[in-house]
Design a protein around this ligand. Sequence first.
Ligand code: K7E
Ligand code: CUA
Length: 668
Amino acid sequence: MKKVLLLVLALGVGAAVAIGACGRRPIRAGQGDLLQLAQARGLTPEDAARALKTFVPPGGRDEYMLFASGGHSGQVHVIGVPSMRLLKTIAVFTPEPWQGYGYGADWSEGALNGESNPDPGEHLRWGDSHHPALSETDGKYDGRWLYINDRAHGRIGMVDLSDFRAKQVLHVPNLQTSHGGVFATPDTRYVHISSKVPALKAWNAAKGQRVTVDDHLNRYADIYRGYSTFIRVDQATGRMNLKESFQIELPPYTQDLADAGKGASYGYAFINSYNVEMATGGLAHGKPPLEVGASALDFDYLHIVNWKKAEEVVAAGKFTEINGIRVISLETAVAEGLLFLAPEPRSPHGVDIAPKGDYITVSGKLDPHATVYGFDRIQKAIAEQTFEGKDRYGIPILKFDAVVAGKVELGAGPLHTQYDGQGNAYTSLYLESAVAKWTLGEPYHPADQAFKVVDKVSIHYNIGHLATAQGDTMDPHGKYLIAMNKWSIDRHSNVGPLHPQNFQLIDISGPKMELVADMPVGFGEPHYAQMIKAETVKAHEVYDPGVSPASMTKSGDAIASEKEARIVRRPGVVEVWMSVVRSHFTPDIVNAKVGDKVIVHLTNVEQTPDATHGFAVPMKNVMVSLDPGETTTVEFTVDKPGSYSFYCTEFCSALHLEMQGWLIVEPK
Ligand code: K7E
Ligand code: CUA
């Protein structure tokens, strides 16, 4: 049946008429034959073929999961590919009530409030999520954890993919903002995050340095610094451990995207930069506008960091601890030979390492080329000291011609690159609104066929990142490409002046790229995304009985059934162990006195998939989601007398509406 159907579509709908006319059985799908269905909906044969490429039958599963950043929504969106259906939104930097994230639940408060906040009084309630990084084993996604940075702040979040919840947000010391490289090293020993806009030098900032506009304009090169941070990951839990992490001080260029070396280049990290001019902005102070000042020179610098060596330098004690993290100074980094620069054509954006770790693609942004560096050439240039000089901080600059393996003219505004398993690269062209497919060199393609554009497809419109299936790993599948477009203009129904972003699914399984589907994205501006084979992710269906999402182990406050439910009072505190089950809270009446702190340990004692309940208390900003098996604690203070009817927020059962109780606050 399937074969006949494909044949019909391959032949075109016209052919289907002929087949029908020969008296063969028309192919029926529901209420009509395919021809009638296509005609009734105004679809061409090409449209119908596209529909077949993306259609997932009712109850079916997508082959891949796309983890897309949500930009200034501070979230991560999980999307099925090829159907382009939204499966989940994971809150990371921003409260989200459905998941009970940021409305009193202990695990979520712990994550959202963050660790090592330099300004603990300032509770951030948003972030600008840009670059997701799935954990890896042997250079391949392993489906355990996901890390993502906050562009607005120097923060990194961790999502546990065993329950798709954010568990940790870390303020990275000495970074005020972040951008590049959230990436996991191929073994997830570290996740990396670097600064975006240089911040006041940590050595001084720790002493409470003050700054004037005059300092900013005239001493920029001395008082600001960037930092490249390697955050150690606990291999059992995925949690980030600052004590075992380290940072490398960088010049106050604006460090942009970054990527991890792998295979041939394992142990290295590569970070782009722009504004090596160190423009400060300040038109009214006689300085050029930042965007002009930052584009004055022809070259910026690719930073080449030997993090394996940095790890040894730290182990040898050659660091200073600043604001809770071990920092290798710029001087030490240069002296130890763990930091090099390579010129890159002005104001690049993406840096993306090829699957075997041998090529490093830098995209021009203002230059129509991609510049491809050979890691073997970089190593040789370092060994032979093929330098063209040093920057003002003494960092050796490798000779451009010595390290470049190839250049390829792609089109206007190249930004980001992904790969497939056949030695092809795919680069987004922001200004041209297109994706260029081009070839890598040896060992992927012979020299005479290398660094050539082989195909181009238009997208709609203004593409930022793109993601191919596992396209930044050592196991790229190719197959699908998602263009993550900033503008949708005329592609969707008018929903007011703030238009949805537009994801486009492109079939890259054949020699020609083919645009297959649009997906409006009306929930925050995605930047980067990663696409993983769905079966690699093995999340729990339900929590084991009494598991706390904070620790993923059995909570000491878990109860097994309503028989263990109880209320314990001590002066000023009412502590409740409450069972939650279809369709009852036990106890269902809790009494407290004005001024009491109320602590409720809630256990959803069910083990049925989907039997989620909620616990919401009016006027207290409390909303907890309780998935089957989960134990979560919520704490709040009651300061006004009255009767508050708490209730279950999920339509969990026929008697869901009856699933409520009372908190009675008596006068003192
Ligand atoms: Cu190009 Cu933040 Cu990755 Cu956006 S960045 S597009
Ligand atoms: Cu439990 Cu509704």
